[in-house]
Design a protein around this ligand. Structure first.
Ligand code: SF4
Length: 375
């Protein structure tokens, strides 16, 4: 079964905090890129024995900046190359302000059954500091439009720890998000990247981030609001109504194989991880010349893959399955980590059940520290 990611590297404008592979481009480049992406897809499909698609995730960038006919044509093409009879999920990332009912209806008709909306915050002031192109009201309209055309699986991306954000304004964002009744929330703390306008403004002291104590409080508020709304935390940053957990992302967290096409996209098949080139024009040029677009390749040892499975599995609330680990790697987790694991258990940061190793409630806020111990 195949989980496939397609990267669309275009945005309306670069956000102030963004270090992803994305940029502004014109319609001529859109056309050339999609032609190249389809070529990479068809070359990839030709190498596969198993073409049964389980999930397709079209991310970016802002996929919804493409004309809907281009995006639906790409999805349709993908479904001709891969067998969709076992397909569970097609997600498309969209940004408020780039979609209307007509656009969203076209996605639904093309087979998209999950919309992931980059909302980030419902405070217009915070949106402006982030350099987002949409307003809070546009986000509400976009979610409502997705519901009106018939989407019943909608994720909202939210961010906390933003410059100028208070616990109170974060509560308002959470309240607004939950009032829209999404099936899924992905909630991330803002990461400051040095080589971005926001990174430079923070480094120079021009912009100040909320204090650590307030961020911890915001973090607690997420769980409280989501719990009250029936959105169960199933991963460090992900909350969903039962049955709406993201199939595509769970595949990553289970450290299973995944395929990917497009600039900067990373695939991992049979222990070989490959990253594609980041520059869009270079990518298009390579595909035209029939040259590989892979710029980094890494062959993971069984032990490295085992450790990654543990780290990724710990992201999920239910933890990492001991049975799956043993069956896949024939490595005994307890023996492998020895005193390190023993110590984490004694500190009550992780717990071993009969079937899983998982973070405790005490360990969850310290997940990064725990993972460094186990990596
Ligand atoms: S919309 Fe997303 S990918 Fe595009 S610039 Fe903003 S954060 Fe980056």
């Amino acid at each position: 079964m195949v989980c496939l990611y397609l990267h669309i590297p275009f945005c309306q404008k670069k956000c102030n905090y963004c270090s992803f592979s994305s940029g502004v481009a014109g319609s001529e480049v859109f056309t050339q890129y999609i032609t190249a992406l389809k070529q990479e897809l068809s070359d990839l499909a030709a190498t596969r024995d198993d073409r049964h698609l389980k999930s397709l995730f079209v991310g970016g960038g802002t996929p919804s900046i493409l004309p809907f006919s281009m995006l639906t044509d790409l999805i349709g093409y993908c479904l001709t190359l891969f067998n969709p009879t076992s397909l569970l999920e097609i997600t498309v990332e969209v940004n408020p302000g780039t979609v209307d009912e007509e656009y969203l209806r076209a996605l639904l008709v093309a087979g998209v059954n999950r919309i992931s909306m980059g909302v980030q915050t419902f405070s217009d002031q915070e949106l402006s500091i982030l350099g987002r192109t949409h307003s809070s009201i546009e986000a509400c309209y976009a979610v409502q439009a997705a519901k009106d055309v018939g989407f019943i699986n909608i994720n909202l991306d939210l961010m906390y720890g933003l410059p100028g954000q208070t616990v109170e304004s974060w509560r308002k964002s959470l309240q607004q998000a939950i009032a829209l009744n999404p099936q899924h929330l992905s909630v991330y703390q803002l990461t400051i990247e040095g080589e971005t306008p926001l990174g430079r403004a923070v480094a120079s002291g021009e912009i100040v981030l909320p204090e650590e104590e307030k961020i911890l409080h915001m973090d607690e508020e997420i769980r409280r609001f989501c719990c009250d709304a029936g959105l169960r935390q199933y991963e460090i940053s992900a909350f969903a109504s039962d049955g709406y957990e993201c199939v595509h992302n769970i595949n990553y967290w289970q450290n299973n194989d995944y395929l990917a096409c497009g600039t900067s996209a990373v695939s991992c098949v049979g222990g070989v991880r490959e990253k594609r080139i980041t520059d869009t024009l270079e990518y298009i040029g390579c595909i035209k010349k029939g040259v590989s677009v892979v710029c980094e390749s890494e062959c993971l040892s069984a032990e490295a893959s085992f450790r990654e499975s543990v780290i990724l599995g710990l992201r999920m609330t239910k933890g990492v399955s001991l049975h799956r680990l043993t069956a896949r790697y024939e490595i005994d987790l307890v023996k492998h980590y020895g005193a390190v694991l023993d110590n984490l258990c004694k500190l009550q940061l992780v717990e071993l059940t009969d079937s899983h190793l998982r973070l405790t409630a005490k360990g969850r806020p310290l997940a990064n520290w725990v993972m460094v111990e186990l990596v």
